[in-house]
Structure formats: structure tokens, C-alpha cells
Design a protein around this ligand. Structure first.
Ligand code: SF4
Length: 223
């Protein structure tokens, strides 16, 4: 390894990325519109294989019909499915939304629980969804890794892992815990705006050029 290079280590790259993303995105609004932890949980569930923009178009109609676990648990799966159809995977998502609402009423007093184990026990809720709710609704330390963050962590050589789980572990080790919340949002913004090319050679945008100045620029495939 060339230790003379200022960004030869993961720690040096992480420090630069943390600082630069903070400069680029001083504000970190949460992309999914919501009213509280419950509506955020449902919005995150809807966002699976769907854009946040599309989810934000759908949720006002859904909240107009029901926006609490109690009221949603009384809506039929078919009705929820009809409202959320433009988000895709509507049958599975509708079943999960109604089932998790009932579970919240029956097991958690109609409240979204503030814990990974309880969240991940809800229908349709995996570790990433639970992490989003923990950090974005409750301000608890969590580092949700979506496809953008997973790809950027690899392109920026912050992780050697191929799995999302390994990427999450590596990012949590590299970045200060109080930074996780804003940093994961900033990485999502950057990924959405800048790192969109599957075949990018890693020489196109600012952070890669800064971190890896010795990369030879090949054919630019980014559109
Ligand atoms: S240079 Fe390419 S790989 Fe690197 S962040 Fe930009 S788009 Fe992604």
C-alpha cells in the first residue's frame, strides 16, 4: 500500500467523505414524508423496490384513509392494496401493513416499539427498515444500508464485503456514532445524484477523483 497517499487508508477516506458530504449537504431532510414513527414505518415498507418520490405521492391518500395502527387495522387488505398499487408489490405490502398494524395494537399498545428485535418481529419489517425507523423516527444510533450506500461504500473502498451486513458493520466502525444519522442520509443523496452509473469507471465525480487521483480515466460510461 502506498502510505504516502493522503487517502491510502480507510480511516483517511472516511474522514474526508464525512467532511465533504457535510459541506455538500448541510441540511439532511428525511426523504419519505411522514407524521410520526408509524407513518414512517409504513412509508419505508412501501419504499421497497419503489422510489421515495412515488411513495410520497401515494401516502397522502393512505393517511387520509388511516394513519394510526388502530384505524389501519380496520381497513381491508384489498382496500389498502388498491391505494398503494402504484408502489408495486402491492399484495405483499398491503398484507404486511394491515398485519403489522394489528400486531402493533395487540402487542404494543398501538405504538411503534423502540427496539430492533421488536421492530424486526413485525410483518414485512427487515433489518434495514428497522434501522431507518430507529434512526429517523427515534434518533437511535443505526446505519441503514440501502443500495446507494452499499455501492458507494464499495466504490470508495470503505468495505471489502459483498453483503449489506458486512458494509453496515464496516461503516459503523469507520464513522463516529453521532454522525451516522446525517451521514447515511448524505450518502443516499450523493448516491442518487452522482453515483448512478452501473458501469462507471470510478473517475467521474468529485469524491472518487479526490480519493483516487491515480485512477486512469477510461471510457466514461456515465450518462
Ligand atoms: S465516480 Fe463513479 S463510482 Fe465514483 S461515486 Fe462517482 S459515479 Fe460513483
Amino acid at each position: 500500500m502506498n502510505t504516502a497517499h493522503p487517502f491510502a487508508t480507510k480511516a483517511a477516506r472516511a474522514a474526508y467523505i464525512d467532511r465533504r458530504l457535510g459541506e455538500l449537504y448541510p441540511e439532511t431532510p428525511i426523504p419519505l414524508q411522514h407524521r410520526d414513527a408509524y407513518t414512517l414505518l409504513v412509508a419505508v415498507l412501501l419504499s421497497a423496490q419503489c422510489t421515495d418520490v412515488q411513495v410520497n405521492k401515494i401516502t397522502p391518500s393512505l393517511w387520509a384513509r388511516a394513519h394510526t395502527p388502530e384505524s389501519m387495522s380496520r381497513v381491508s387488505v384489498a382496500e389498502v392494496e388498491a391505494i398503494i398499487r402504484p408502489c408495486g408489490l402491492a399484495p405483499q405490502k398491503a398484507r404486511a401493513i394491515v398485519a403489522l398494524s394489528r400486531q402493533l395494537v395487540e402487542q404494543h399498545g398501538g405504538q411503534v416499539p423502540r427496539g430492533f428485535a421488536e421492530l424486526e418481529a413485525l410483518p414485512g419489517v427487515g433489518h434495514k427498515t428497522a434501522s431507518v425507523v430507529m434512526t429517523q423516527a427515534f434518533g437511535e444510533p443505526a446505519f441503514p444500508v440501502d443500495t446507494h450506500i452499499h455501492r458507494l461504500a464499495q466504490r470508495w473502498k470503505l468495505t471489502n464485503g459483498r453483503s449489506v451486513e458486512q458494509t453496515e458493520r464496516d461503516l459503523k466502525r469507520l464513522f463516529l456514532r453521532p454522525h451516522w444519522h446525517q451521514l447515511h442520509l448524505r450518502m443516499i443523496y450523493y448516491g442518487r445524484q452522482q453515483c448512478t452509473a452501473r458501469g462507471c469507471d470510478g473517475t467521474v465525480c468529485e469524491i472518487c477523483r479526490t480519493l483516487f487521483p491515480d485512477r486512469k480515466r477510461a471510457v466514461v460510461t456515465r450518462k
